[in-house]
Design a protein around this ligand. Sequence first.
Ligand code: CA
Length: 229
Amino acid sequence: MSKILIIEDEEAIADLEKDYLELSGFQVAIENRGDVGLKKALEEDYDLFILDLMLPEVDGFEICREIRNQKNTPIIMVSAKKDDIDKIRGLGLGADDYMTKPFSPSELVARVKAHLARYERLIGTGVQENDIIEIRGLKIDKTARRVWINGEEKNFTTKEFDLLTFLAQNPNRVFTKDELFKEIWAMESIGDIATVTVHIKKIREKIEFNTAKPQYIETIWGVGYRFKV
Ligand code: CA
């Protein structure tokens, strides 16, 4: 049974949406506050989100952005103002659909079904929009060349990104500095294996909570480095 989270502060609307969705066989939860809704959306497993724009504490813009940083789950955004819908579209926050209130509940149900079917096809075929590596709190989007640690995006130079990605793609294998240098800097004559050490240090500063006790890239003394899974 598909699970849906409605983040909506107008209780009458939320209840109406819930009733119709439940009649169609969905399991539905409601959150009235933005901050609580966001937390729930990130921590629990849902198959689809129905997200109101104007919400107490954290608004729908921010919630949509945060969910998209971590999940590909379909998001339907709703707002009472047509202008707002145009604005969200323009921002490209990654919502899958937009509806202006008031809408008919049956229209909502139809769209929910369509997005769930599309998403299931996507998952089912193993096709991902972007090539993503996720290890504990670390997320690397290889396609977009972006990195997040616990949902917060970090900026990486080209070589830092290449080195981190190479290690994360080959977990639990020890690489010498020489091997890493050849792998990442192969075509360039600049630098030497000390460059590897410098880059590892910079990467750790960005992804490790405590660089003295790295939880991702381990130093194997006298040998090199290993990405720990
Ligand atoms: Ca609202």
